[in-house]
Design a protein around this ligand. Structure first.
Ligand code: SF4
Length: 337
């Protein structure tokens, strides 16, 4: 059962300067579903719209980010809720933290540098629950214990903790109210590999203990391989490939996904890795047709003229590329002849 359904979402950064409007088309016609209890990954290069997509679907879009079209529907135990239709910020805030939670990029943007960690827990819990001091302590102790964190961190200030510990505290804070769905935005960025491993284990633990659904955004494909059940690959504001992680890693179908995977280091292979030529396009004036066509080695005339749709190419595996359509047409012709 889908806990989250996103349909044709369009979210642009719109700025007005000297009488001219500029639109950065960060999320442009994105549709996907997240099933209950799964870890759904969103991958792609920096600037492809991953973080904007998270903001838009978690109800955190603020000017200059504007939602121009689409639907974002949550299904909480049979109760359907369109977050974009909630006009009241109070209602949205109530939803966030309790049912939806975001682990943002960079722990210092969440933790107040002049307040002890305990105060941050108090702010979040008391905004949603009316608990006594004893109930508060019991709740936090239980949560920290389950995540393998020590109670003594409650008395510290953020600057007294290492980057890795701050990130763990941020994750503990975002999940203290046992939300139904957790969004994590680059939770391992800027951490060394040893600390990264600890954070990956912590995310797994939360998934097992709380039976939460997780949407994980990171450019790091190795983190997706370790944690996710399904993966969506984004390029220039659109999903270009989606499927089960094993399927995408073993048989990537989109040329961009293949390039991303070819650039990864392989154990025992010391040859130079190839990388995608060129750079991601400007989202103010993205390329016509398939947005990947200026970098694609298989680009055809059609790719410059039409936008490829996401087509099912296997069980739950969808790809937006005209090569797939050509393959399907050739197959149909072979069957007909
Ligand atoms: Fe390349 Fe064309 Fe496929 Fe886009 S649609 S990825 S340009 S072959």
């Amino acid at each position: 059962m889908a806990i989250l359904e996103v349909k044709d979402l369009q979210a642009y950064y719109i700025t007005h300067k000297y009488g001219r409007s500029t639109s950065v088309k960060a999320v442009d016609g994105v549709s996907f579903q997240v099933e209950k209890d799964e870890i759904y990954g969103i991958a792609g290069e920096s600037g492809c719209g991953k973080s904007t997509l998270l903001k838009a679907i978690s109800g955190l879009a603020k000017p200059p980010l504007e939602i121009l079209a689409g639907e974002v529907t949550y299904n909480f135990d049979g109760e359907r809720l369109d977050i974009l239709a909630l006009n009241d910020e109070k209602q949205r805030r109530k939803l966030r933290g309790a049912r939806i939670s975001l682990i943002p990029q960079g722990s210092m943007s969440v933790l107040n540098p002049v307040r002890r960690i305990r105060k941050s827990f108090e702010d979040i819990i008391r905004a949603h629950l009316d608990v006594s001091a004893e109930e508060f302590e019991e709740m936090v102790r239980k949560h920290l214990d389950a995540l393998g964190l020590d109670w003594t961190v409650m008395h510290t200030y953020p600057h007294q903790l290492s980057g890795g510990m701050r990130q763990r505290i941020t994750i503990a804070l975002s999940t203290i109210l046992k939300p139904d769905i957790v969004f994590a935005d680059e939770p391992t960025t800027a951490l060394d590999v040893v600390v990264q491993r600890g954070v990956v284990q912590l995310i797994r633990k939360i998934k097992e203990e709380q039976r939460s659904t997780l949407v994980l955004v990171t450019h790091d494909l190795s983190i997706h391989a370790k944690l996710c059940d399904r993966l969506a690959v984004m390029y220039a504001g659109k999903i270009v490939e989606e499927g089960e992680v094993e399927s995408i890693f073993s048989t990537p179908r989109h040329p961009y996904t293949r390039m991303l995977l070819n650039s990864l280091p392989k154990l025992g292979d010391s040859s130079a890795r190839s990388s995608a030529p060129g750079a991601p396009p400007s989202l103010v004036n993205p390329p016509s047709g398939c947005r990947f066509h200026p970098r694609c080695p298989h680009s055809m005339e059609l790719c410059r003229l039409e936008v490829p749709e996401l087509l099912e190419v296997g069980s739950g595996h969808r790809v937006a590329c005209f090569l797939e359509r050509r393959g399907a047409d050739a197959q149909r012709q072979a069957v007909g002849s």
